[in-house]
Design a protein around this ligand. Sequence first.
Ligand SMILES: Cc1cc2nc3c(=O)[nH]c(=O)nc-3n(C[C@H](O)[C@H](O)[C@H](O)COP(=O)(O)O)c2cc1C
Length: 198
Amino acid sequence: MEFQEVVRRRRMIRNFAERPVDQAAVERVLENAIRAPSAGFSQGWAFLLLDRPADVARFWAAATPPGQGTDTWSAGMRRAPVIIVPLSCKDAYLDRYAEPDKGWTDRDEARWPVPYWHIDTGMAALLMLLTATDEGLGACFFGIPPEQVPAFRTSFGVPDDHTPIGAIALGHRAADRPSPSLRRGRRPVAEVVHRGRW
Ligand SMILES: Cc1cc2nc3c(=O)[nH]c(=O)nc-3n(C[C@H](O)[C@H](O)[C@H](O)COP(=O)(O)O)c2cc1C
C-alpha cells in the first residue's frame, strides 16, 4: 500500500471478526516495531504478544474492571485474536544515559525534558498500527486502567521495571461504529501549526 494511503486508512478499529490472523503479518508488525527511533538508541521497550485464545482471555480478565465485557466496545474488542502490549523501561534509559558518551551518571530524572521511555514505546506502537493497516488488518490502541495494572503484571509475570503504556488489539476488522470522539472533528493544520512564532 502506498504510504499516504496507509496513513489515511489507519483508524482505530473496535470490532473484529472471529478469524485468526496470519502469523507472518503479526511477525511483520513486531519486526517494524523495533524500527522505531529511540533516544540514545536505548530501545527500552518490550512487547508482550498474546496470540493464543487462553492468553487473550487472561488479558481481558486481568486488564479490565470486573463486570466489564458485555458492552459493545468490549464485545467487539474481545474478538480480536491478538493482543500486543507495548511496555516501556525507564531504567534502560537511565542506564544508557549514564554511559560515558552521555554522562548523566547521577541518573537524575529531572534531566529528562519528557519521559523518552514512553515516547519511544509510543512511536513503536504507531509503527505497529501502521503496519497492521498495511497488512489489511484492523488494530486499536487502548489504555489499561491504572488499577488493573497490578493484576495484569501478576497474570503475565511482567517485571516491575516495565510499564505497559497501553495495549493493541489486532485482527481482521468487522463492521465498526466510529468512536463518538470523532465528532470532535480533526483540528486543521492552520489551527495547530504555528509558523515562525506562536
Ligand atoms: C494514547 C491513546 C489512548 C487511547 N485509548 C483508547 C481507549 O482506551 N479506548 C479506545 O477505544 N480508544 C482509545 N484510543 C483511540 C482514540 O480514541 C482514537 O485514536 C481517536 O479517537 C482518533 O481516531 P482514529 O485513531 O480512528 O483516527 C486511544 C488513542 C491513543 C493515542
